[in-house]
Design a protein around this ligand. Sequence first.
Ligand SMILES: Nc1ncnc2c1ncn2[C@@H]1O[C@H](COP(=O)(O)OP(=O)(O)OP(=O)(O)O)[C@@H](O)[C@H]1O
Ligand SMILES: Nc1ccn([C@H]2C[C@H](O)[C@@H](COP(=O)(O)O)O2)c(=O)n1
Length: 221
Amino acid sequence: IPEANEVLQEADHCSRTSRKGKFPVIGIEGLDATGKSTLTESLRESFKAVLLKSPPDCIGRYRKRFDTEPPLIRRAFYALGNYITASFIANKSATSPVIVDRYWHSTAAYAIATEVSGKAENLPPPHHELYQWPLDLLQPDLVLLLTLSPEERIRRIEGRGEQKTKEEMELEANCLFRQRVEETYKRMENPACVLVDASASKEEVFKNAHLLIKRYCNTLS
Ligand SMILES: Nc1ncnc2c1ncn2[C@@H]1O[C@H](COP(=O)(O)OP(=O)(O)OP(=O)(O)O)[C@@H](O)[C@H]1O
Ligand SMILES: Nc1ccn([C@H]2C[C@H](O)[C@@H](COP(=O)(O)O)O2)c(=O)n1
C-alpha cells in the first residue's frame, strides 16, 4: 500500500512521547450521528478550546483508501491516527483546553465489536486488558459518550441525507454490531466514558456536557 509510507512519514514528524499540557483534554465519543460534531463545535466555542479529531486532518486524505483494506490494516491506520492526534493534543493543551472528536475509545470499540460476533455477551469480560487505555498514549482528562436510541439515530442519519459509509450501513442493518460497539464503549477503562443522554435537544445536550466538564475540570471558566 504506497499510501502507508506517506502516513508513516506524517507519524515520523510527530513526537513519540506526547505529554499533556496544563489545560484539560476532553474526548467526545459515540456512534455516528449521535451528535458529536454538533456538541464539539459548541464546546469549542464555549470553552475557547482547540478542536481536534482522530484521525487528524493531516492523514484524512488517506482514510478512504484504508477503509477499503481488511480490518487489521484499517484498524492500524486508525490506531496510528490516534498517536498522531496525541502529539497535537500535547502541543495545544499547553496553551488552551482541547476537545477531541473521537479518539482511542472509538478505535477500540469498533475493532473489538468487529472481531466478536453475535450478542454483546460474547465480548471479552469487563475489566479485560483490551478495555484498558494504552500506556503509551496521551490520556484525556474526561471522555463523554453520547448515547441515543437506535430509532433516533437512524432518523438523524436519514435527516443528514449524506451517503453512508459501509460501516454506517452495517451499524444500521446489524443491530447486534451496534450493541457490541456501544457495550464496548461502556466497558472502556482508565478513563471510563461518562454517559450523556444525546436524545435531548442540542441546547440541553450542550448544557449537560458543559456541566459535566466544569465539574471534572474545575480549571475551566
Ligand atoms: N441533540 C440533537 N437533537 C436533534 N438533532 C441533533 C442533535 N444533535 C445533532 N443533531 C443532528 O443530527 C445529525 C448528526 O449530528 P452530528 O453530525 O453532530 O453527529 P456525529 O456524531 O458527529 O456524526 P458522525 O460521527 O457520523 O460524523 C445532524 O444533522 C445534527 O444537526
Ligand atoms: N479514532 C477513530 C475514529 C474513527 N474510527 C473508525 C470507526 C468507524 O469505523 C469509523 C467512524 O468514524 P466517522 O465516520 O463517524 O467519523 O471510523 C476509529 O476506528 N478510530
